[in-house]
Design a protein around this ligand. Structure first.
Ligand code: S3P
Length: 169
């Protein structure tokens, strides 16, 4: 059993971080938070609007500040945005303060889940499928670097993923 004050879920957009995190928190009797929802609550606007006004850099600054604050809390399950691992500072604070779980889902399944979703600014490009593959290739090593536990998502239901995480904790 990993002795931790908080459990953090990392992984690509569409990997199920929020769904798995919510259920995991419920089963463990912990509070659930989602860093993107937290940023939206603090700014009063949706993530795409933050990207529009402040660019990706502005969003990343808010993301780092939010992760820094949330990971000092205890008894928390935290779902992060897919790009949370890009900044080395985030990787350090997540892996030093929390038990980090990487939900690894292959790109073709991520694509099936996200292809009709317009809420992710980084996928609003002429070739979103190629972009998703490119992001996966770039980020997979970073998720692995930061993770204490890796759960292979694939075709498993969110419930099955929760069970796999519980077994590893
Ligand atoms: C992002 C993923 C989003 C959100 C933002 C940037 C990314 O979160 O943080 O749009 O860089 O992959 P989800 O992983 O919940 O889609």
């Amino acid at each position: 059993m990993i002795n931790c004050r908080c459990i953090v879920l990392v992984g690509m957009p569409g990997s199920g971080k929020t769904t798995v995190g919510r259920e995991l928190a419920k089963r463990l009797g912990l509070r659930f938070a989602d860093s993107d929802h937290e940023i939206e609550a603090r700014t009063g606007v949706k993530i795409p609007t933050i990207f529009e006004i402040e660019g990706e850099d502005g969003f990343r600054k808010r993301e780092t500040q939010t992760l820094d604050e949330l990971t000092t809390e205890s008894d928390l399950v935290l779902a992060t945005g897919g790009g949370a691992v890009i900044n080395p500072l985030n990787r350090t604070l997540l892996s030093e303060r929390c038990a980090v779980v990487y939900l690894n889902v292959p790109p073709h399944i991520l694509w099936e889940r996200t292809r009709h979703d317009r809420s992710r600014p980084l996928l609003q490009v002429p070739d979103p499928k190629g972009r998703l593959q490119q992001l996966y290739t770039a980020r997979d090593p970073l998720y692995r670097e930061v993770a204490h536990i890796i759960v292979e998502g694939g075709r498993g239901t969110p419930h099955a993923m929760v069970r796999m995480v519980e077994k590893e904790l």
